[in-house]
Design a protein around this ligand. Sequence first.
Ligand SMILES: Nc1nc2c(ncn2[C@@H]2O[C@H](COP(=O)(O)OP(=O)(O)OP(=O)(O)O)[C@@H](O)[C@H]2O)c(=O)[nH]1
Ligand SMILES: [Mg+2]
Length: 156
Amino acid sequence: MYTLLSGLYKYVFQKDEYCVLILGLDNAGKTTFLEQSKTRFSKYYAECHGVIYVIDSTDEGRLPESKRAFEKMVTSEALDGVPILVLANKQDVETCLSIPDIKTAFSDCTSKIGRRDCLTQACSALTGKGVREGIEWMVKCVVRNVHRPPRQRDIT
Ligand SMILES: Nc1nc2c(ncn2[C@@H]2O[C@H](COP(=O)(O)OP(=O)(O)OP(=O)(O)O)[C@@H](O)[C@H]2O)c(=O)[nH]1
Ligand SMILES: [Mg+2]
């Protein structure tokens, strides 16, 4: 249904460790996003306190399937309270769905998101547009999320 943990991604924030899951249907652009964001994440180092959920904005036909996968993910206890960055990817394609289109398709998930931080960010993993904004938001959220404190790195 969805590829779990396409990339478990590490970045360091001082001595604290955070981990972010990158999820989304196949072909959504997860690997491309990861490649784009590697250089931007370079000043951090991580392990799992947030979810980045990638949507292919050019694939209207699979949007209901993506919504169901998203719904399953937000209702999973293991990820309770974890901030979610929803990436509306492939926004460089002229005919892609807009953010309001995607929000409408995902509207019955809203109540299930709960009180956690959740942002829908337009991006293109191909050109890099929107990638920095998304990552900066995610870093801010994982750092301030008191419900999931960072793992302390061993300093020997
Ligand atoms: N136009 C455009 N194409 C993209 C973008 N991101 C990814 N792609 C293309 O979409 C296809 C799938 O991208 P991947 O990054 O391999 O997707 P994935 O989510 O890792 O897919 P799986 O590994 O199969 O789960 C590739 O042909 C990418 O070049 C984007 O922002 N814009
Ligand atoms: Mg991939």
